[in-house]
Design a protein around this ligand. Structure first.
Ligand SMILES: *Cc1c(COP(=O)(O)O)cnc(C)c1O
Length: 388
């Protein structure tokens, strides 16, 4: 029998130190490893870029959480994505990306890999015909899915999209950053690879930047190729970063449950209120992806966006009026954050098909006392209306 999710989160890769019995494995702050004669490695460790026990512990934990055959951790989410793209693609290859993806993913494929001949098509992942059509482009290697999407919380059908990718001879990659493996298991739904910005919910405490690729069953060779990129390019996670991420992951399940409950309460407090045009949260029954999310996820997560009726000025005022929600980029930490995507997280896609409406603010709902969060968005809405 496989251990339950929370048991894996706490124990996978986390065996106690055999020398001292320390229940938490030591953090191996070392760049190199002494050899017992030339080539006499202890536990296979040679040099910190090629391998470090603290990084291995995190990688084992991540693979166990997503049900993958292995995981590779990196210095950032984008470094993880870059390693995956380098390993999977050659010049001339084509990638299909959801048109509501993280702006940095679009920028990486378009402006970095584009220079080396990788071609990119963005498509509405809810439009099955458009996805099929885009996948028919010769040399399509990857279908890149992000669900829930950022910042409009579109829900995409991972099982269906993986099937379409496979029919076209492509691999399905899911960016599982927003849901986290506590709420969504893309590999079990048929995806081939999962990527994460571990900076967000996995780390969970806004104190570390990191990323990971998790490799699904049957992709040993691609896993090797990504591991080679990690070693040869060198954007590895540092030992202390790996340790902080591992520590965060141990409480992932309870945090995600609380993030979801708090976000649901904040969404319900905002919906239908004067000054609010629309609330984007998959936990609301009127959200177009609600039923699919209820099927595909075990909770609706901590992210939501709000379109203000008063346009750009109202959105800016709202984002600058909250007190508990602090104005900052990023998401997924225990503390609540608010952002103005079109100028902050999504500035790089302004004027592209991925541009975010200017009346939208994005909330990363933390795990503070729910009454304080609801009161904060209510006072910010009052301030917004008063300033109109
Ligand atoms: C933040 C983020 C990334 C990029 O990760 P970094 O750790 O900032 O490099 C990728 N995808 C999503 C969905 C993100 O939110």
């Amino acid at each position: 029998m496989t251990d339950g999710f929370a048991t894996r989160a706490i124990h996978a890769g986390q065996a106690f130190d055999p020398t001292t019995g320390a229940i938490i494995p030591p953090v191996y702050l070392t760049s190199t490893f002494v050899q017992d004669g030339i080539g006499g490695l202890r536990g296979g460790y040679e040099y910190g870029r090629s391998g470090n026990p603290t990084r291995d512990a995190l990688q084992a934990q991540l693979a166990a959480l997503e049900g993958g055959i292995r995981a590779l951790s990196f210095a950032s989410g984008l470094a993880a994505e870059d390693a995956l793209l380098r390993a999977a693609l050659a010049p001339g290859d084509h990638v299909v990306l959801g048109n509501d993806a993280y702006g940095g993913t679009h920028r990486l494929i378009d402006r970095v890999h584009g220079k080396w001949g990788v071609r990119l098509t963005t498509v509405d992942l809810a439009d099955t015909d458009a996805v099929r059509e885009a996948l028919r482009t010769p040399s399509t290697r990857l279908l890149w899915v992000e669900t829930p999407s950022n910042p409009l919380m579109k829900i995409s059908d991972v099982a269906l999209l993986a099937e379409l990718a496979h029919e076209a001879g492509a691999l399905a990659v899911v960016d599982n950053t927003f849901a986290s493996p506590a709420l969504q298991q893309p590999l079990a739904l048929g995806a081939d690879l999962v990527v994460h910005s571990t900076t967000k919910y996995l780390g969970g405490h806004s104190d570390v930047i990191g990323g990971a690729v998790v490799v699904g069953a049957g992709h040993e060779e691609l896993g090797e190729a990504i591991a080679f990129q990690q070693f040869a390019v060198g954007a590895v996670s540092a030992p202390l970063d790996a340790f902080l991420t591992t520590r965060g992951i141990k409480t992932l399940e309870v945090r995600m449950r609380r993030h979801s409950a708090n976000a649901q309460a904040v969404a319900e407090a905002l919906v239908g209120r004067p000054g609010v045009e629309r609330v984007y949260y998959p936990g609301l029954p009127e959200h177009p992806g609600h039923e699919l999310a209820a099927r595909q996820m075990s909770g609706f997560g901590g992210m939501l966006s709000v379109a203000l009726a008063g346009g750009e000025a109202a959105a800016r005022r709202f984002a600058e009026s909250t007190r508990v929600f602090q104005l900052a980029e990023s998401l997924g930490g225990v503390e609540s954050l608010i952002g103005y995507p079109s100028e902050m997280t999504h500035a790089s896609v302004k004027g592209t098909p991925l541009a975010v409406p200017e009346n939208v603010v994005r909330l990363s709902v933390g795990i503070e006392s729910v009454d304080d969060l609801v009161a904060d968005v209510e006072q910010a809405l009052q301030a917004t209306l008063a300033g109109a």
